[in-house]
Design a protein around this ligand. Structure first.
Ligand code: GCB
Length: 605
């Protein structure tokens, strides 16, 4: 029943905006994060009822109970059954015009049938909800999650009932100064249940998480671990890779963990031959079948070595933005279109900017043979001195790594993008880098920095102490677009780097409206962008420690910062492809460059 208690309502408001970030040490890794993609699931996707709740009435009004009046006189001021509908997965902004700019709480509700069976534990799994979510099943609160791009789950074995169930989720995409990312981004703040929602069923004892990959710097030793939930010390886990005759049994310790160390001869995964092996993990009644590739990645001096050979990363950056329809991308079709375009451009590498994309995107990169840079949204300015912001960044990093650590495609964990240098920011990123190395000692740590400055009229230097923490330096530079320099000036410029490490130009580019033709001096014309790419590629080719690039970016994307009428219309137009799938001139310039690079690499082998 609706509460009329003002104090209660105020307390709820305060609670919403100060939703505390849980303590990392006390936040158990969400149980099925690594294995959800390899398990059979009951989909809860489809049409959900929704209530838009800008004044946050739902908590005080107890929407989570989804209760109905028992008498004609009982007062209720909500009714999911007769409310508007939205599709899940999907952002709300692009499903209803009035929600295009909506930032605030929105309540989702759906019914689903369930058949309970003895010995089965049930989990409710969310691919992502942007940004904060609170979840109730049959009126009982399951928990909360903060962070718009990481997966989470709750065990619901106790709360789920035989027959019809009612699931209520409140999602709030209010931008906040103490969030990750904070208030300002150059992308649309798409809210909602943006990725699939599923029920997962497991036995009493089940495989919670696992890592199966080559040991650091070794191509003949598979290392990792399996962790079981609900298992006693001494419980056996069987790990098999039938194609190479691996059949191992290991036993877990008191914490449910068993280490894995298997000498093995494998055909290595590479962009040219993205070989995946079927990996079977079984414990008690639980069985998992994953597809895993094996490769090594390391740096030597200023080179990046993939499987021991120097590799040049022919990349492109992309947002998780849906081709043809705009909005958050989530479907296999969206992922397929974007990554196929990247392949057609001649890429062996993608930078999935600026947050973890959906899990299937990474799995598809694994199958297509695209190396991946994956990053957490530590983007522009954050509240660096706020311990709960650091905590949140660590949680997002941990959950990204846990979800994708078995994907050979991923070679970089990126910590941040264009963060302003200060003592507090440097400390924050130092802590995050150290944490990333404890989570995964086999991949390279990187970050994108834009802290470059002119040494003289012909020399630019990257001047960011962050470089010290990284294996590979990422530089975002916009010569010819932002600042006073014109594209032609790139021809004369040289770059200097303080650290003798591989450098990836993680961004360069300029806007062009597809179909707008003019001379190459005219901003927003395809000719301007094409000329900028030509000049940039000349300049970048002169950087001795250049190990790759991921220009900004594959496809135009929505951003409320881009307000030039008739040209931008709320789109960042730096795509090589328009939001309608049309290729601009610069696409072909980069494609030619990558063809030559690929030819050189093939010749060198
Ligand atoms: C950048 C940011 C990226 C922006 C881009 C731009 O440096 O990293 O998120 O979208 O510039 O277009 O200005």
């Amino acid at each position: 029943m609706a509460s009329r208690d003002h104090r209660g309502r105020l307390a709820c408001l305060a609670f919403l905006f100060l939703l505390p970030v849980p303590d990392l040490a006390q936040t158990e890794l969400t149980a099925l994060i690594a294995s959800a993609g390899s398990r059979a699931a009951i989909s809860l996707d489809g049409v959900w009822s929704v209530i838009v709740d800008p004044y946050e009435s739902g908590l005080a009004g107890r929407y989570f109970e989804n209760a109905k009046p028992k008498t004609r006189s009982e007062l209720f001021e909500y009714d999911f059954d007769h409310s508007a509908k939205l599709r899940v997965p999907g952002d709300w902004n692009t499903q209803r015009e009035s929600l295009l700019f909506y930032e605030g709480p929105l309540w989702y509700q759906r019914y689903f049938p369930y058949h309970k069976r003895p010995g089965v534990r049930t989990f409710l799994y969310f691919g992502a909800a942007n940004y904060a979510a609170r979840v109730w099943l049959n009126g009982a609160k399951l928990g909360e999650h903060v962070g718009g791009f990481t997966a989470f789950n709750f065990e619901v074995s106790e709360q789920i009932v035989e027959g019809e169930n009612s699931l209520v989720v409140e999602v709030d995409n209010t931008r906040r100064g103490d969030a990750v990312p904070a208030g300002h981004t150059d992308w649309w703040n798409y809210g909602g249940l943006t990725r699939p929602v599923r029920l997962l069923e497991v036995p009493e004892m089940f495989v919670k998480t696992y890592v199966v990959q080559l040991a650091r710097g070794r191509s003949d030793l598979i290392e990792g671990f399996v962790e079981l939930a609900g298992a006693k010390a001494g419980t056996a886990v069987r790990v098999a890779i039938p194609e190479i005759g691996v059949h191992q049994t290991v036993v877990v310790d008191g914490s449910g963990r068993a280490a894995l160390r298997v000498p093995a001869r494998v055909e290595l995964w590479s962009p040219e031959k993205p070989r995946l092996y079927r990996v079977l993990i079984a414990a008690g009644e639980d069985n998992i079948a994953d597809e895993i590739g094996f490769r090594t990645i390391e740096t030597r001096g200023t080179a990046i070595l993939l499987n021991g050979h120097q590799v040049f990363l022919r990349g492109i950056s992309l947002h998780e933005e849906a081709p043809f329809r705009s909005g958050r991308a989530f479907s296999p079709e969206d992922d397929g279109t974007l990554l196929t375009w990247a392949r057609e451009l001649g890429c062996n590498f993608v930078r999935l900017a600026h947050y973890p994309h959906n899990e299937d995107m990474v799995r598809l990169a694994d199958r297509l043979g695209l190396l991946v840079w994956e990053e957490v949204p530590v983007y522009w300015d954050l509240d660096w001195q706020n311990p709960s912001v650091l905590q949140e960044a660590k949680l997002e990093l941990r959950d990204m790594v846990a979800r994708d650590q078995n994907r050979a495609a991923i070679v970089f964990w990126s910590l941040s993008n264009e963060t302003p240098v200060s003592a507090a920011r440097n400390d924050f990123l130092r802590t995050l880098a150290a944490y990333a190395r404890t989570l995964d000692g086999t991949r390279l740590i990187t970050s994108a920095s834009d802290k470059s400055e002119a040494v003289d009229s012909q020399t630019m230097a990257l001047n960011d102490p962050l470089g010290e923490l990284l294996d590979v330096i990422g530089l975002n530079e916009y010569i010819g677009w932002y600042g006073k320099r014109r594209p032609e000036d790139a021809t004369e410029l040289r770059w200097r780097f303080a650290y003798s490490k591989p450098v990836i130009i993680s961004e360069f580019g300029g806007d062009a409206l597809y179909g707008m033709h003019a001379d190459q001096e005219t901003r927003f014309s395809e000719e301007y962008q094409a000329n900028l790419y030509r000049r940039q590629l000349e300049m970048l080719s002169r950087i001795p420690q250049l190990a790759g690039m991921s220009p900004w970016l594959l496809m135009d994307f929505r951003s409320p910062r881009r307000n030039l009428p008739g040209i931008q219309d709320s789109y960042n137009r730096k795509g090589l492809i328009s939001d309608r799938g049309q290729r601009k001139q610069a696409f072909y310039i980069l494609q030619d460059f990558y063809r030559t690079k690929a030819g050189e690499a093939a010749g060198a082998h």
